[in-house]
Design a protein around this ligand. Sequence first.
Ligand SMILES: [Zn+2]
Length: 316
Amino acid sequence: MTPLKSYAHTGTVPLGGAVATIAAGGLVATIAGVIYGYAFFWIPFVYLNFLVTLVFAGVIGGTVAIVAKFGKIRNNWFVAGVAILMTLWGLYVYWGSYLLAMAGWGDVGLTAFDPFVVYGFAGFLFENGSWGIGKGGPITGWFLVLFWVAEIGTILVVSLMASMMHASVPFCESCQEWADQEKGVARLDATGDEPAWQQVLGGDLPALAEFSPSRGLAPQFVRLDLARCPRCDTSRFLSIHKVQMTVDKDGNPTEKEEQLITNAMITPEQYAVVETCGMLYREQLAEKIAVDDEPEHDPGNESPMAWEAPPAQGEK
Ligand SMILES: [Zn+2]
């Protein structure tokens, strides 16, 4: 039995795809930069501004991700690099546009985008500021620089994250096609630390039968994701993640994921084993939903028996 081995991109960057990604990223960054600059000047609400900041970053990174996938770029370093450069360009346009919004088109016009003018504008803001929090007057000096660094840092991180949204989609080199992903094919009642996982990672997929489907809203489970080439039988992939749900003090659930393996290259036979596992999981889920729905579907039924019977099956 051969141990599972992860797929890796070839690193290929098709020229057409590269040009399209840079052009689309640059165009969107330019437009988004102008909108962000004017929005920042005209919107006096800090929270709304923060939202605009996130959208600005997400749109640039997201555009790069989408066009890079369309252009069949199998190189995440290239995608990340383009996203960062285009985001920095968008930030530059944003600075020029902010000056334009502040000074008015008649006074500065396109010189607002002259690097020396932008540099001088930054110096002006450093001395005089332009916005403040509460009644304290405008924020200036190094304290303002701190905000700039935080803003630029947030934007770069968000943009980079958005640009990586297809980073783990495998590509079939023989068909020149991206694989179709199906996430959460099954959720298994496991922590991911059971010895049987070593068997699974060793290529013994039927060892999955050891685990039963995870029930309802279990706080901890192991998730199986599949991916396959839409055209051929050879490119098939399995990802296994440990998932732990935690609830923070505000009651918001967060999912912590840890990979056991990502995009392991599997045979059609191994793929079939995982699909069977998924089928059992869905059957179990359907049963569970049917049981949960019963009282709602039949509110007139007051027989105590109808209420007592079902949960026993799902209880630990
Ligand atoms: Zn294929």
